[in-house]
Structures are given as structure tokens and as C-alpha cells.
Design a binder for this molecule. Structure first.
Ligand code: SAM
Length: 302
């Protein structure tokens, strides 16, 4: 294990028994809208990697939603985020056209800058359904268990199966793989009502009672997912961050459910959420001071 990995584990152990101070997610002052959801993921990983100096990124639905707007493409923003300290990328898509886009984007990345001590990187693009794909990846044990790992599950509606979340949550008992699970919201009632093929929503929800989700108030429905991810998948902190339809809009299109065991992580997500809509991309130096503050806050609480 490298020095940075040891430091990260030490940080994790230090706060493992402390209570997690949860940020508020309801009625955010700087709401994120769909155009910025990729930036939210990138900003969060940027902050996390400043702490960990390493990590693995798994993207289950990695092709661009808007191929003409690459600034809204999570996998691209994460790969291009500086400092380039994430080391391993596993990118999945089942559409061959999207896979080709992913491969072109990966191939166009510049080589590592040894002067800046950028680590060696490995990026794998997989073609096919990511549900069996991610499960097989985990069974092969290819995700480094000594580094933090993050799984983005940016599904359109019912593509991410509950069994995939279970496999990700069960992979590592010490450092659980963090989840960014996109729960569709704006159109979910319509999609649930329109379901003709029972196996699809059953696999998505992991149970046969998925119809019970229909007509539930949106915030409450997100909390049902939050509770299940906490209780059944065993994450210490699970929060549903609203992603609105447009700037100034009031319709929540998705809840980005962030599941983590790391006590510092919810604060980093709160910060990333507050910064995701800003036209100014902050640098590593600018955030260094606030990391110290988060550390002090948690130490005081112990
Ligand atoms: C909502 S888009 C992903 C958006 C992307 N994360 C971004 O930042 O732009 C969903 C992607 O998932 C892919 N997809 C749908 N079902 C899939 C499955 N079962 N396995 C893998 N990819 C899938 C689609 O081809 C599409 O590229």
C-alpha cells in the first residue's frame, strides 16, 4: 500500500466512530439543474481526490447524454479534472455508438505529466449491459480495495438494477464504494404507470412491490430510497440531492442519491453542490484552506 493510501485509511479510521455531521439538502440556496449535474460529480471527485490523492471511478451509463454538449458529459469532465490523481476508470455503455464516443474521448486524453507527479492511469471501456458488467468486474476483484472508489449510476429511468447496487455496496466492507445513484423523478410516475414488462421495474427496484412507489410525494419517495440504501446496503450517510429541470426551475428531474461511509464526504458533496453552478472553476489551492476547517470541525465533535 502506498503512503497516500495509508494516509487516506488513517483519515477514515480517525473519524470512523464519530457522528457524521449531515448537511441540509432540502431547499438548497444554490440549486443545481440538469445542465450542471456532470459538473456536480466532477467537482465532488475533485474535492475528494484532493484528500485521497488516488481513486477508482466506475461509470455504469457513461456515454454522453447530449453528444453535442461535451461540457455536460460526466465521464469526460471527470477524466479531464485536474489534478489528475484518479488512477483507474471503468466506463460502461451498451450502445455501440456511445461506446465509440467514449473510446474516442479516452484516446484523446493527453499522456500523464510526470513533472506534476501524475500517476499512471488505466481506463477500460466496456460495451454491453453494465448490470452484469459491473457485477463481473467486482467478482474479478479488479477494483483496488485500498483506494476509494466511486460509482456513477446515471440511468435514464429503470436501467440500473438493485442487484448492481447490492454488489457495489458489498464489495468492500472497510471502504465501501461510494454511490452516485440518479433516481429519476420528474417523469417517474408516468414511467411506472406505463410499465408493461414487469421484470424491468422489478429488477430496478429489486422487489415486486415497485407499484407502491407510484403517486408518492417526490421528496418522500426519494427518502424511501435513502432509507433502503442505508438500511439494506449499509451506508452510514445517504442523502438525496435535488437536480432541477432548469435554472430557477422548481421541478426536480432527478435526485442524485449520494451514499458514502466517509464522515468527510457529505461536506465535500455540500461544497460541490454549492459550486457546481458557478462559472468559476476553483483550483486546488483555493480549497486547501476549507479542508483544514472541515478537519477542525470534526475534531471538535470527537
Ligand atoms: C442518461 S445517459 C448517461 C449520461 C452520462 N452520464 C452523461 O454524463 O452525459 C444513459 C446512457 O446509458 C446507456 N445505457 C442504457 N442502458 C444501459 C445499460 N443497461 N448498460 C449500460 N449502458 C446503458 C445509454 O446508451 C446512454 O448512453
Amino acid at each position: 500500500m502506498g503512503e497516500q493510501e495509508q494516509q487516506y485509511l488513517a483519515l477514515f479510521e480517525q473519524f470512523q466512530t464519530s457522528e457524521i455531521l449531515e448537511p441540509k439538502v432540502r431547499n438548497p440556496t444554490l440549486p443545481v439543474w440538469t445542465e450542471n449535474k456532470a459538473r456536480l460529480v466532477e467537482r465532488y471527485l475533485f474535492l475528494f481526490v484532493l484528500v485521497t490523492h488516488s481513486g477508482t471511478y466506475i461509470d455504469g451509463f457513461a456515454g454522453p447524454q447530449e453528444p453535442d454538449q461535451e461540457g455536460m458529459w460526466s465521464a469526460k469532465l471527470v477524466l479531464e479534472s485536474r489534478p489528475r490523481w484518479l488512477q483507474r476508470f471503468f466506463l460502461f455503455d451498451k450502445d455501440p455508438v456511445q461506446v465509440a464516443r467514449l473510446q474516442t474521448m479516452v484516446d484523446s486524453q493527453p499522456p500523464r505529466d510526470k513533472v506534476k507527479n501524475e500517476p499512471k492511469r488505466e481506463t477500460s471501456v466496456f460495451s454491453g449491459d453494465s448490470n452484469p458488467g459491473i457485477r463481473a468486474l467486482l467478482e474479478r476483484g479488479e477494483v483496488n480495495r485500498n483506494q476509494p472508489a466511486f460509482a456513477l449510476l446515471d440511468q435514464r429511468t429503470f436501467q440500473c438494477e438493485w442487484a448492481t447496487l447490492q454488489a457495489l455496496a458489498a464489495y468492500n466492507t472497510k471502504l465501501k464504494i461510494e454511490l452516485f445513484y440518479f433516481l429519476p423523478n420528474g417523469w417517474l410516475d408516468r414511467s411506472l404507470a406505463a410499465q408493461k414488462s414487469e421484470p424491468v421495474p422489478t429488477a430496478w427496484w429489486g422487489r415486486e412491490d415497485w407499484k407502491s412507489l407510484q403517486g408518492v410525494k417526490h421528496f418522500d419517495r426519494a427518502q424511501i430510497f435513502v432509507k433502503r440504501i442505508k438500511e439494506e446496503l449499509g451506508y452510514r450517510s445517504v442523502k438525496a440531492w435535488p437536480i432541477y429541470d432548469k435554472k430557477g426551475g422548481s421541478n426536480v428531474m432527478y435526485y442524485m442519491i449520494h451514499a458514502t461511509d466517509h464522515p468527510v464526504a457529505p461536506h465535500l458533496m455540500a461544497r460541490a453542490y454549492g459550486k457546481a453552478v458557478s462559472p468559476v472553476i476553483e483550483s486546488a489551492e483555493q480549497v486547501a484552506f476549507e479542508f483544514l476547517e472541515i478537519g477542525h470541525l470534526l475534531e471538535e465533535k470527537q
